[in-house]
Design a protein around this ligand. Sequence first.
Ligand code: MTE
Ligand code: MO
Length: 331
Amino acid sequence: MGGRRTNLALLFLLGIVFVTGWLAFSFYAWPSRFALLVHSVGGLAVVALLPWKSMLARRSLLRRGPGAAVLSGLLGALLLVSLAFGLLHSAGWPDLWTTPGLSSIPVLRELTAMDLHVGAAIALLPLLVWHWLLRPLKPRATDLSRRLLLRAGLLAGLSAATLAVLPAGRRRLTGSYQLAELPVTSWMLDPVPTLDAAGWSLLAGSRHIGYDELAAFSDRARAVIDCTGGWYSEQEWEGAWLSRLLPPAELAGALSVSVVSVTGYSRRFAVDDLPRLLLATRVGGSELAAGNGHPARLVAQGWRGFWWVKWVREIRVEGLPWWWQPPYPLQ
Ligand SMILES: Nc1nc2c(c(=O)[nH]1)N[C@H]1C(S)=C(S)[C@@H](COP(=O)(O)O)O[C@H]1N2
Ligand SMILES: [Mo]
């Protein structure tokens, strides 16, 4: 295959896996599975192109010297790390290296295969932009030929067949593995705040609700939290439906509510979803642990984990549509 077309194909595939990766994070069930299918086939097609690409890179590095080699090497290494941990995650080893003895590196032991897969991919993005600025590549009309389409079809078919025979762990539609115990995790770097239930109160619309008043509710939901970190856990939650906490008069004309954490972390939901959203004070019959959102955390059955706001301080009624927010939290 020609160098130009290999590079174009790689650029196109990296675009596909980037978009489908984020799409898979956006959904809770089948749409996530479909996105993952395209994501996996795309990733395997990248693997299939690597021998060609490394030949091209070697040739061009001989021409360009050691400066380019450092950045290209880093780009290549990050790509390999991302691919390797993506494969490990889907093959059934989401945390192989956390087993005692296998890793003596503390940071590595804290991270799942998914964290490393996504982390490496995000880190390589600026390098890819730099690479592209340095060696711009624009598709031409003449790039599209019957032969090329045939080859693209062959590559996709080969990758799909490989996916079918690769080992696969037992997972949810989102690719997450089950955990019996609820772990403590953050979207990014939100630290666990120290909160005293006695000094805490919730602002729901204009209504102040103390901890004891909130804990007196016993609405229940058995719900599955599915973190984009690659795990899910089914628990019995207890608290109050948001529709019962907000004064109905304040909801007239409103479009959405923001669920805001004491840390500033927040997600916005449609008013129509309020009856399905539980503000929990207990899980599995016990008061929430500090790390899991004490005094109160959102239980958003059917939404991915990053919507389950912990350490809730306020439920703010708003006139904005629910989708008027960053698609993923920024903290
Ligand atoms: N305030 C706040 N709430 C948060 C997060 C966060 O970083 N800050 N992380 C979310 C993510 S990504 C997940 S998966 C769940 C994790 O909940 P757990 O720690 O109780 O398992 O909390 C969500 N709620
Ligand atoms: Mo998460």
